[in-house]
Design a protein around this ligand. Structure first.
Ligand SMILES: [Zn+2]
Length: 387
C-alpha cells in the first residue's frame, strides 16, 4: 500500500512538472528590468536573495515568455519619461544581444513560437504608464517600432488624457475630468491600428469603460485581481470582469499579497504603526510609498513573513474569474520585482511550477491549465496583430 501511495505521489509530481515544462508559460508583467537597473544590478548575474528574478531563475521557473515592464514613476514626465523608458528598452536589447543563446526579443506570435522552439526566453515589452508617451502619438509609434506590444494606459498617476484607479478613488470629486479625453480615445485607436495591446491594469473605472467602449480589439489586464475577493482600489469589479469576457480579452492575475488577501491591509497597517518613525524619516528623504514598503519588508523579514497569504488565495482569484467568465480569459501577471510581498510558496520566479500543481489539484484539466499558463494571452496577442 505504502509503495502504491508513494508511486502515485511520484507520478503526480512528474505530471505537474512535465505539464509545466511542455506548456507555453507566459508571465505578462515583471518589473525586474526597471527595478534592478535602478539599483545597478544586472539580471545576467545570480541575484538570488536580492530580487525575484534573473535570467537563470526564469529558466528554472519554466518561464517561456516574459513581458518586461518598461517603467518609471510619476517623478518622470515631460522631456524625461520617454527618454528614461527608451534607456530601459536599450538595456533589454543590450542584455538580449549579449545572450543570444538564451534570449530572443520577440514582437509577433511567430517569433514567440520560434523562441520557444529554440528553448530561449522570449522577451516582450510593455510600457507601464501612459505618461511615458508624453502626450505625443509619435512617441507611441516609436514605442511600437522598438518592439513594445502593450501599454498600460495609466500607472498610479493619471495623465492629462486618462485617470488612474488611484486618483479616481482618492481624489474623487476634485479631478478636473474622469476617464478618457478625446485624445485618450485617439491613443486607444492608434494602439489598435498599430497592433499594440491596450492594458487596463491600474486605470480608473471610468477610464476602463471608456477604453472598453473605444477599442476594436481584445484588451489585457496585465496584473490585477478580483475586487469581490479583495476590495482594493485597483482590482476588477464583477461588471469589469464580465466586460473583459465579452471583449475576448484576458485578465492576468497579480501575485501581490495586498491584492489577493483581503486581510492584508489590516495587518500591513499594524506593521506600519510599528515602524512609523522609520517611515517618516524615509519620507523626509523623498522616498515614495512603494519604495518605503519594499525597504521595510526586506529589513524585517520575520514580520514580512507573517503578512504573506497562502498560494491557495491566489488560485481563488483564478477560480473566481473562471466561474464568472470561463477559462479562456485568465492568465498570470506576477508583478514580480514590482511587489514587496507574495504568497508564502512563491518566493521567486523559480516557484512558478507550484501554480501549475495547484491548478491541477483544484481539478483543472491539463488543457485548461495550458490556457491559463499562456495560451489565453497568446490568443489576445495574435488577435492584436490582425488588421
Ligand atoms: Zn503595476
Amino acid at each position: 500500500m505504502r509503495l502504491l501511495l508513494l508511486s502515485l505521489f511520484f507520478l503526480s509530481c512528474q505530471s505537474y512538472k512535465s505539464l509545466h515544462k511542455k506548456a507555453i508559460v507566459i508571465d505578462t508583467h515583471n518589473d525586474v528590468l526597471s527595478s534592478a537597473t535602478m539599483k545597478g544590478w544586472n539580471i545576467e548575474n545570480d541575484l538570488t536573495g536580492k530580487t525575484h528574478s534573473d535570467l537563470a531563475r526564469f529558466k528554472k521557473g519554466g518561464i517561456d515568455v516574459q513581458v518586461f515592464s518598461i517603467f518609471c514613476d510619476e517623478r518622470f514626465g515631460k522631456d524625461t519619461a520617454f527618454k528614461y523608458a527608451n534607456r530601459e528598452i536599450d538595456s533589454l536589447y543590450a542584455i538580449a544581444g549579449r545572450n543570444i543563446d538564451r534570449m530572443m526579443m520577440v514582437s509577433n506570435p511567430s517569433q514567440l513560437q520560434q523562441a520557444v522552439k529554440e528553448n530561449k526566453l522570449a522577451c516582450m515589452m510593455g510600457v507601464e504608464g501612459g505618461h511615458m508617451m508624453e502626450e505625443n502619438l509619435s512617441y507611441l509609434d516609436s514605442f511600437y517600432h522598438r518592439g513594445v506590444r502593450y501599454m498600460t494606459l495609466t500607472w498610479n498617476n493619471s495623465t492629462s488624457w486618462a485617470t488612474s484607479a488611484m486618483d479616481e478613488t482618492t481624489k474623487k470629486d476634485s479631478l478636473p475630468q474622469k476617464g478618457l479625453t478625446t485624445f485618450g480615445k485617439q491613443v486607444v485607436q492608434r494602439m489598435n491600428q498599430l497592433g499594440m495591446m491596450v492594458d487596463l491594469s491600474h486605470v480608473g473605472e471610468q477610464t476602463f469603460w471608456d477604453a472598453i467602449n473605444t477599442t476594436t480589439k481584445p484588451v489585457i489586464v496585465s496584473h490585477s485581481c478580483a475586487y469581490a475577493l479583495c476590495p482594493v482600489f485597483r482590482n476588477l469589479k464583477d461588471d469589469q470582469i464580465k466586460a473583459i469576457g465579452k471583449n475576448g480579452g484576458v485578465i492576468d492575475v497579480n501575485f501581490y499579497s495586498g491584492f489577493i488577501d483581503s486581510s492584508f491591509q489590516q495587518r500591513a497597517r499594524a506593521f506600519n504603526r510599528e515602524h512609523r518613525s522609520e517611515m517618516d524619516s524615509l519620507r523626509k528623504l523623498k522616498w515614495v510609498n512603494y519604495e518605503i514598503e519594499e525597504y521595510l519588508l526586506a529589513r524585517y523579514p520575520k514580520e514580512a513573513g507573517s503578512l504573506q497569504p497562502p498560494l491557495s488565495l491566489l488560485v481563488d482569484h483564478i477560480d473566481y474569474i473562471v466561474r464568472l467568465i470561463g477559462v479562456d480569459h485568465v492568465g498570470l501577471g506576477s508583478d514580480f520585482d514590482g511587489i514587496s510581498s507574495a504568497p508564502k510558496e512563491l518566493k521567486d520566479v523559480t516557484a512558478m511550477p507550484l501554480i501549475t500543481k495547484a491548478l491541477l489539484q483544484r481539478g483543472y484539466s491539463k488543457a485548461d491549465v495550458r490556457k491559463i499558463l499562456g495560451e489565453n494571452f497568446l490568443r489576445v496577442f495574435s488577435s492584436s496583430q490582425t488588421h
